[in-house]
Design a protein around this ligand. Structure first.
Ligand SMILES: NC(=O)c1ccc[n+]([C@@H]2O[C@H](COP(=O)([O-])OP(=O)(O)OC[C@H]3O[C@@H](n4cnc5c(N)ncnc54)[C@H](O)[C@@H]3O)[C@@H](O)[C@H]2O)c1
Length: 269
């Protein structure tokens, strides 16, 4: 049972990336709905085939507009339709998209297929720039709006099995800073990334040895791994008016993992 405070009352948004109940975006949608926000859901056309997202839409009293986040045409249509359906410009947007072709196809980092790598960057990082550029050109954000993308600490440190997703996340975080400048100047819109703990989702568990790694991070973090539900609460706080001056930041939501050097829990002391 979520304790809601109507933090998003009167706000309009778009949430990308809810695939199933495990998805971080799914939890964000539930929480944003409980907090009084109104939003459209979107995902890649292939993800529609699972049909799950329609259940979420019903639950949140909204609709789904399919969009491939690498297609400018799809994004333009989505952003335009969202403003029409919701009745005005947007206050919050969540980019919760990640996929690596080389990881999915089991290619080692030292034997990467570079065409797939480019596709990975397009889906996992450049889509964020495409989305922000579309919002910017359509002047689709309200003053003091908030744009978020989800990321992972492999952008800063080496996690060998994360492969080319590390570079995707580094690029994603850089886009948040660079576009955060332009959006800040244009309309006081803030742009941030949230760097989340390992989380049991379709994208997460695609990484080799994920369960072992999940347990390792859980032990290493003084608070334990941050849950998807807690991540959703953090996203909602970043969409709310309580965080109006936070922008161009990479925000760790990881139970303290990023500040740890060594933990006795790992050494069994
Ligand atoms: N799970 C973790 O351990 C973890 C940790 C840190 C950050 N993240 C990040 O959180 C975000 C959400 O991932 P998740 O863990 O909820 O997994 P998920 O698999 O539920 O979500 C990934 C989403 O990306 C969507 N997607 C893929 N290609 C797309 C395209 N071309 N256009 C539009 N959407 C597309 C998928 O359909 C899916 O809904 C990702 O950016 C991921 O990298 C995940």
């Amino acid at each position: 049972m979520i304790m809601a405070n109507q933090l998003l009352a009167g706000k309009r948004g778009i949430i990308f990336g809810a695939l199933d109940e495990q998805s971080i975006a799914w939890k964000v949608a539930e929480r944003a709905h409980a907090e009084g926000g109104r939003f459209l859901l979107t995902n890649a056309p292939v993800a529609m085939r699972f049909g799950k997202i329609n259940e979420l839409a019903e639950q949140c009293n909204t609709t789904v507009i399919p969009a491939d986040a690498t297609s400018i045409d799809d994004l333009e249509n989505l952003v335009k339709s969202a403003q029409e359906q919701l009745g005005g410009p947007l206050d919050f947007v969540l980019h919760s998209i990640g996929m690596s072709l080389n990881v999915r196809k089991g290619k080692e980092y030292t034997d990467i297929n570079h065409e797939w790598m480019q596709k990975t960057f397009d889906i996992s990082a450049i889509s964020f720039h495409k989305l922000m550029q579309t919002l910017y050109k359509q002047d689709a954000m309200n003053d003091w709006g908030s744009i978020l993308a989800l990321t992972y600490i492999a952008a800063q440190r080496v996690f060998p099995d994360y492969s080319e997703m590390a570079e995707s996340k580094a690029l994603l975080e850089s886009f948040a800073r660079s576009f955060g400048y332009h959006f800040g100047i244009q309309k006081h819109v803030r742009v941030n990334t949230i760097s989340q703990s390992p989380t049991m989702t379709t994208a997460g568990s695609g990484v080799k040895g994920f369960q072992e790694f999940f347990n390792y991070a859980d032990k290493m973090s003084p608070l334990g791994n941050a849950s998807a539900e807690d991540c959703a609460a953090y996203c909602v706080s970043m969409f709310s008016d309580l965080t109006r001056s936070v922008t161009m930041q990479n925000l760790y939501h990881d139970g303290g993992f990023s500040s740890m050097g060594m933990s006795p829990a790992i050494l069994g002391m």
